[in-house]
Design a protein around this ligand. Structure first.
Ligand SMILES: [Zn+2]
Length: 450
């Protein structure tokens, strides 16, 4: 089972639009009211306590239905919980000397800006025939036509397990969307049905490089996208510094555009990477290294600091999650593999060294065997090879394990030892299909015939 969110565009009449506006503004105001109450009660994140305190007020003053009046305190409680977590992390970070900045997220009652409503399925909203959805508003139900991605419409029609939904409003296009969460059964995928294995490396010069074990590579250039994202980012930072009322208004619109632009680009890349019947290897980036390793803080010059400031952060975690999500829709699987040394290991002989990448240039040249390759391909090839190991384990055990646990040094050493034995044999000579050397290439020959 996998939980996905379908984004449905609502096409309301003018009257219905007013009703959507009314309920989403009332809900937002109810969130802010509840947030104030929580703040006054010692910044509590206790949902039950909050509900008792605000329920009748939410119904009487904001006109919310019973379900919505329960959802509001629950949502506020979640917000406070996550802010408390950040406060605690910040306290720990200050103690450990990692930062001097105090986290201010709970200095004031958190404020909800966007109009929104959380709706419970079958109570606040339900699907009707002919692609219409019934939504509860302050003045009764409205039945609104919607449109969406055809795969999602199929899921709805086939009665996937549907959960709560959210109304969101996009200011720029003055459009209301219904974000519906639902559980989709990912058919248990049989490893023998997987006919293609690939590895995806993400990074600076290219947002993504994908290579499969048939050595077909695809580069997703980040130049134009990054340039545009950086422009948004720069404009946003300058508005932030200005801080006037009109600047703030522009800032909201711009932040949305920046976020959507990055999400759109990630969607497009993910759509192409998620091809059918594939096992797609992604790097497990947790705690491995910082992606955009550039000097910051006191160590950086003024010029460097300014450059950092104008640089947008690209969300690779988002890209990974899109790939995972889209892979599942086409009968493929995305898996995470440990990312240690993926850019330093020689795909041909396994030799791992920083010096394999002379002057950090575009060329990877193995110190040991002299193998040469475009540096941006090395990472994705190593990831593809590691993914092949995942597949082998899957075939032999019947269990597809996510990224192996490498939290202990011992386990890490063992995993890396296995990785160091991996060889990119197809590359060495196209004839190795006839004379397979070692287990990996043999397996690959089998796959090639499918
Ligand atoms: Zn080598």
């Amino acid at each position: 089972m996998q939980v996905i969110t379908a984004k449905l565009k609502l096409n309301p009449t003018a009257e219905q639009k007013d009703a959507l506006r009314g309920v989403s503004l009332a809900y937002r105001d109810a969130l802010n009211y509840t947030s104030q109450v929580a703040f006054a009660a010692g910044k509590t994140s206790n949902g039950t306590k909050l509900q008792k305190a605000v329920y009748s007020e939410l119904r009487a003053r904001f006109g919310l239905g019973a379900q919505m009046a329960c959802n509001v305190p629950r949502q506020v409680s979640v917000t406070y919980k996550s802010l408390w977590t950040k406060v605690k992390q910040n306290v720990a970070a200050i103690k450990a000397g990692h930062t001097k900045k105090r986290y201010k997220g709970l200095d004031k009652a958190p404020k909800y800006i966007s109009r929104t409503v959380t709706l419970n399925y079958q109570r606040d909203y339900s699907f009707k025939s002919e692609q219409k959805v019934s939504i509860n508003t302050l003045n009764g139900r409205i039945i609104v036509p919607y449109e969406g991605y055809s795969k999602h419409l199929q899921f709805i029609a086939s009665c996937a397990k549907i959960g709560a939904a959210k109304i969101v409003y996009q200011r720029s296009s003055k459009t209301y969307y219904l974000m519906v969460s639902m559980e989709v059964s990912t058919l248990s995928i049989d490893p023998t049905k997987i006919t293609r294995i690939s590895g995806v490396d993400v990074g600076q010069r290219y947002l993504a490089v994908e290579v499969d074990l048939r050595n077909k590579a695809k580069f997703y250039s980040g130049k134009a996208a990054r340039h545009k994202a950086n422009r948004y980012h720069k404009a946003r930072k300058s508005l932030q510094r200005r801080g006037t009322r009109s600047a703030k208004r522009k800032l909201i619109a711009l932040s949305g555009r920046e976020r959507r632009f990055i999400a759109d680009t990630n969607h497009q890349i993910a759509k192409q990477i998620a091809r059918p019947n594939s096992l797609i290897g992604l790097e497990n980036l947790n705690g491995i290294r910082e992606r955009n390793k550039s000097k910051s803080g006191k160590r950086a010059s003024k010029k460097q600091r300014r450059a950092n400031r104008d640089k947008a952060k690209w969300s690779f975690a988002e890209l990974h999650s899109y790939i995972d999500y889209k892979a599942n829709l086409v009968g493929s699987v995305a898996t995470k593999v440990p990312a240690h040394y993926t850019s330093q290991s020689c795909p041909k002989c396994g030799h791992t060294s920083k010096a394999n990448r002379p002057n950090k240039g575009l060329l990877f040249r193995c110190e040991c065997c002299g193998f040469e390759l475009h540096a941006d391909l090395v990472g994705s090839r190593n990831i593809a090879l590691r993914t092949l190991l995942v597949r082998q384990d899957w075939m032999s055990t019947g269990i597809l394990s996510a990224s192996p646990d490498v939290s202990s040094n011992e386990a890490k050493a063992e995993v890396l030892q296995r990785f160091s034995e991996l060889r990119w044999s197809l590359d060495a000579s196209p004839h190795c299909i006839c004379e397979p050397s070692g287990e990996l290439s043999q397996r690959w020959v089998v796959d090639d015939k499918i």
